[in-house]
Design a protein around this ligand. Structure first.
Ligand SMILES: [Zn+2]
Length: 335
């Protein structure tokens, strides 16, 4: 191969190398390779050439040098302008950025969780799409039981697959998996066919709890739930138990606490009664215990459930459940 042919093929190689270059570092290596090393080798070959050859070759070498310099400069420019276009300063700090915080429902839930975990309860989660047997049947609510109407829900595939209407289903699933003692809370999203109004939304959050072991009595239920309400709402909170009906428990009690707004004097929040009902509770029905394979003569237990949204109204002094979903920043800043 003549020197001229060699130089021409080097031009092709140079263009190829430049088009493959990924950054300015690659360009610098190309510069060293072609403009320094290669040109130097060409000049050293020139030394041994005749005067006539020197004239011709000198011209070819210079032409190569100019060609390479122009191509390399063009590539350098391309990388420099790309860098300028993507350049930004990560250290710029603007003091008008508002930082987010946890949603008030989550904040309240975390407080509730902390109190129950402090009393030895574990947190258990379960599926939101549930089978009829876990949502109703095993909770002493067979098909056509009138109390099912109180918890009408949405069906994925009627009659057996539905959106859970309470997190009690998690309690059944847990009892099926483990032997007593059981001491859990089950928080989560639940669904009911309710129209949206100040007190209702078709989706809301519940925290339910269950404690089953030997010798668990109503006294344990009272002790745990009074402590819970006093820890969350303050030690001055009064708590009352009133008999109610729930197919899942017997005896059942609706738990009220003194109104957080008026302190039992009577106001709009408590409907003038001075009390707010915040929890449903009761001793687990023996049918439920037998249904999961527990000996109801040996084991007893209590269960309770609260609507987190309702409790949040009392806790934050809000008038409407809808406020919790409206994303009204000026409201969140106040509470
Ligand atoms: Zn009140």
């Amino acid at each position: 191969m003549s020197l001229e042919q060699d130089i021409n093929s080097k031009k092709d190689l140079l263009e190829k190398a430049l088009s493959n270059a990924k950054d300015i570092k690659d360009i610098n290596s190309i510069k060293i390779e072609y403009l320094k090393k290669y040109v130097k080798s060409l000049y050293s070959e020139l030394k041994s050439a005749s005067v006539e050859e020197k004239k011709v070759l000198g011209k070819v070498i210079n032409e190569f040098k100019n060609f390479a310099q122009a191509k390399i400069a063009e590539a350098e420019e391309k990388f420099k302008s790309q860098k300028a276009a993507t350049k930004y300063d990560v250290s710029i700090f603007k003091d008008n950025i508002a930082f987010g915080s946890k949603h008030p429902l989550i904040k309240l839930y975390k407080k509730i969780e902390e109190v129950f975990v402090g009393m030895g309860f574990s947190v258990v989660q379960g599926p939101e799409i549930e089978l009829d047997k876990y949502n109703f049947e095993k909770l002493n609510l067979p098909p056509h039981h009138p109390a099912r109407d109180m918890q009408d829900t949405f069906y994925i595939s009627a009659p057996n697959v539905l959106l859970r209407s309470h997190t009690s289903s998690v309690q059944i699933r847990t009892m099926e998996k483990m032997k007593p003692p059981v001491q859990i809370i089950s928080p989560g999203t639940v669904y009911r066919v309710d129209d949206i109004d100040p007190q209702h939304t078709p989706m809301f959050y519940q925290v339910e709890g269950l404690m089953v072991a030997e010798n668990i009595s109503f006294a344990n239920l009272k002790a745990v739930l009074i402590r819970f309400l006093k820890e969350v709402f303050g030690s001055e909170t009064d708590v009352r138990f009133r008999p109610t009906y729930d197919p899942y428990t017997v005896a059942s009690a609706a738990i009220g606490m003194s109104c957080t707004k008026c302190g039992k004097k009577g106001c709009r929040t408590c409907g003038g009664t001075g009390w707010i009902t915040v929890l449903g509770s009761g001793m687990v029905h023996p049918n439920v215990l037998e249904g999961v394979g527990y000996d109801s003569k040996k084991y007893t237990g209590f269960a309770f459930g609260l609507g987190l949204n309702r409790l949040a109204l009392a806790y934050y002094g809000l008038g409407e459940i809808r406020k919790l979903y409206e994303n009204d920043i000026s409201l969140w800043k106040q509470i």
